[in-house]
Design a protein around this ligand. Structure first.
Ligand SMILES: [Zn+2]
Length: 369
């Protein structure tokens, strides 16, 4: 059986939206260094990714948008860049935007191709930029590498499941395959009532032939490990199993962690890992991608845990003393419970019960459940 493949290059760090921006490229470097300190990279084949060919990128974005990203990145004047999602705030134009975006998208495409070539698992922590739309940047995402990777998986695999455990709704991916029954999109996230991008409600079930193949499990702020995993197991998991995917594209954003500054779902690293363990346990060819995560001490340890699960490597809970950030990130797992007020927890549980009931009512019939 061929080895798992992990894609990395220091060039990923050029995806840098500025010192004040919450998306810090150092989270990738810190994760990579942690894996290296553990010796975990010896268990996989480490490959340098290539930039995505325009032919593949064109499956996810309009020619006009792709050209606009190139021109903005080169410093050319483009009238009304807001039309394409660019401007101050979430999606500033940054130096190297074109090259860096082609590279992380290329890494996800290469990961998909590695799976086509027989790797059981291929991972790209720079990927998972699930908010980019057909002709618009959004939510720190320029190109939607998930969509590009799924199109490549579809060359060989008839049924592909896109599974997204980032705290934000995977809107760009859902939109791309909304009418396509060969791609099941499943997203568990903080509700669009309280969080960007404001979508991902249970009623978004797909259109035309794709009806029933878009699954959303929105949860209320302060949802804890137990409630999150209950909703995952009750609503998302039976549909994933019934769909019987031939391949999986797995978006592993870590921002549902209780210490993440951008959202209010309250998971521990080990609580989040239970869903990762379920997905990897399916033993289906899988592309594992990164995604959100804005606390620089939680992201590296959560992706190290996901790496260990994805490639079947066992890592001691205590991080190696040779790791430069050992003092700041001493353990992979959390050793305390997130503090949640009883009435917030009660509200989160009530919302989860309502969401699960609605998913069952609207979607289980489509899947023979
Ligand atoms: Zn996110």
């Amino acid at each position: 059986m061929s080895k798992g493949v992990y894609f990395y290059t220091n060039q990923f760090l050029k995806y840098d939206m500025g010192a004040q921006h919450p998306l810090k490229p150092t989270r990738l470097e810190r994760t990579h260094d942690l894996l290296a300190a553990y010796g975990a990279l010896d268990h996989v084949e480490v490959r340098e990714p290539a930039k995505v060919p325009l032919e593949d990128l064109s499956l996810a974005h309009s020619a006009e948008y792709i050209e606009t990203v190139d021109r903005l990145s080169a410093g050319e004047h483009v009238p009304f860049p807001f039309r394409y999602g660019f401007g101050y705030g979430d999606n500033p134009v940054f130096p190297d935007m074109w090259d860096a975006s082609l590279l992380y998208t290329g890494a996800s495409l290469d990961a998909a191709q590695a799976v086509l070539d027989g790797a059981p698992v291929a991972m790209n922590i720079s990927g998972g930029l699930h908010h980019a739309h057909w002709d618009r940047a959004a939510g720190f995402c320029v190109f939607n590498d998930c969509v590009v990777a799924i199109h490549r998986l579809r060359r060989k695999f008839a049924r592909v499941a896109y599974i997204d455990i980032d705290v934000h709704h995977g809107d760009g991916v859902q939109e791309a395959f909304y009418a396509d029954p060969s791609v099941l999109t499943v997203s568990i996230h903080e509700t669009g009532q309280t969080l960007f991008p404001g979508s991902g409600f249970v009623r978004e079930v797909g259109v035309a032939e794709g009806t029933g193949y878009s699954v959303n499990v929105p949860l209320w702020p302060y949802t804890d490990d137990e409630t999150w995993y209950w909703a995952w197991r009750e609503a998302a998991w039976p549909i994933i199993q019934a769909f019987k995917p031939d391949a999986i594209c797995f978006e592993c954003g870590t921002d549902a962690h209780y210490l993440d500054p951008l959202a209010r779902i309250c998971l521990t690293a080990q609580g989040w890992l239970r869903a990762v363990t379920d997905v990897m346990g399916l033993q289906v060819p899988t592309v594992v991608l990164g995604g959100g995560g804005y606390n620089p001490t939680t992201v590296p340890r959560m992706w190290a845990l996901a790496f260990a699960q994805a490639f079947g490597v066992s890592l001691p809970n205590e991080t190696p003393e040779t790791y430069a950030l050992h003092d700041r990130i001493p353990l992979l797992r959390d050793d305390e419970e997130p503090p949640i007020a009883p009435h917030d927890l009660a509200q989160a549980r009530a919302h989860a019960r309502q969401t699960v009931a609605e998913v069952k009512e609207r979607l289980f019939g489509h899947h023979g459940l």
